[in-house]
Design a binder for this molecule. Structure first.
Ligand code: ATP
Ligand code: ATP
Ligand code: MG
Ligand code: MG
Ligand code: MG
Ligand code: MG
Ligand code: MG
Length: 281
């Protein structure tokens, strides 16, 4: 019978590698566009920062956060997004491949689906956009905060470079090679100086959107509700506390009702986190 035949073959499952991620750690899944340097050129992204492309990245990320309530915060810049799953999450039994592939493909699907809304004049034709993904576990809140700071500091450094580079090319009439040579070995203050003296650009007055990147999170109005969230456990030393089914359901309903917002704010200093205790709580 087919059933007998199946039991004969089933042992192949034992070849699968268990890949559940360490308990009680923050899981960060970072996705990044494949070959977006070329993709952005092919689709005529404005340099250094195409607003439509950033809005599209953010819109896709908002959908991912809505789909997966265990994601408490996400941070995006350029062609990348980091999604943070609460350390108590049990989503997909914390299996790495399920988490990474689900988040990456959910994001990619939404990116494709929403493309025409953000680029109505640019049909999306093959080669189509794809994203890679990886998961990293961070054991302490400090490590997670440092991860987020690292990405935002990177955003700032890249944006200062790109803003100066493209000013030299677009307004200064340099070739890309000349601009690259000119910026080789320069410090931040040198780039600020070039921007100001040559182009009357005060970098501090550039849009927060470009300087800070995009922070995506659920904007609970009354943070007392945090006690209802499925992922919350007060103790940082024990493994996640079990919640009753009705608590879990309530938390999920509340998460579904809460707007997911996109802000371009500092996440390196404490203030952002202190004002929103539900994100790390
Ligand atoms: P890889 O496949 O290794 O990730 P990549 O070409 O995607 O290669 P990245 O380091 O990820 O390289 O850089 C992404 C590139 O995409 C940026 O350097 C920039 O040229 C382009 N890009 C992404 N978003 C925008 C945007 N909103 N506006 C203009 N250019 C963008
Ligand atoms: P999980 O998220 O754990 O993968 P799942 O619901 O996707 O859960 P699978 O074991 O992957 O469960 O099974 C996929 C199911 O999708 C099948 O059991 C079947 O019901 C449905 N399905 C997939 N392809 C087809 C198809 N071509 N026609 C009809 N049903 C399909
Ligand atoms: Mg890269
Ligand atoms: Mg890339
Ligand atoms: Mg990138
Ligand atoms: Mg399936
Ligand atoms: Mg299947």
């Amino acid at each position: 019978s087919p059933r007998m035949a199946n039991s004969k073959f089933e042992y192949v499952r034992l070849f699968e590698r268990p890949d559940s991620l360490l308990l009680n750690t923050w899981i960060v899944v970072r996705i990044d566009g494949r070959g977006f340097h070329r993709f952005s050129a092919r689709h005529g992204f404005t340099k250094p920062n195409d607003q439509r492309a950033l809005n599209l990245m953010n819109a896709a990320a908002v959908q991912v956060v809505k789909d997966l309530p265990d994601i408490t915060i996400a941070y995006g810049v350029s062609d990348e997004f980091s999604f943070v799953l609460h350390r108590a999450t049990t989503l997909f039994e914390r299996r790495e491949s399920k988490l990474v592939t689900t988040i990456t493909s959910t994001f990619t699907s939404w990116y494709m689906y929403l493309w025409p809304q953000y680029f109505p004049e640019t049909p999306l034709l093959p080669p189509l956009p794809t994203f890679d993904g990886r998961a990293v576990c961070y054991p302490t809140e400090g490590n997670l905060r440092d991860y987020m700071s690292w990405r935002q500091a990177d955003c700032h450094i890249n944006n200062l470079y790109n803003t100066t580079f493209w000013a030299l090319v677009q307004q200064g009439g340099m070739t890309t090679q000349e601009a690259e040579d000119k910026l080789k070995g320069t410090l931040s203050k040198d780039k600020n100086e070039i921007l100001f003296s040559q182009f009357k650009i005060n970098y501090n007055n550039e849009p927060e959107y470009f300087k800070k990147g995009s922070v995506v999170f659920r904007d609970y109005q009354d943070f007392e509700v945090k006690d209802l969230l499925p992922q919350h456990s007060k103790s940082s030393t024990s493994t996640p506390k079990e919640k009753s089914n009705s608590q879990l359901e309530k938390g999920k309903k509340l998460a579904k009702k809460t707007p997911v917002v996109v802000e371009h704010v500092d996440i390196i200093q404490d203030e952002f986190w202190v004002r929103r205790p539900w994100i790390l709580g």
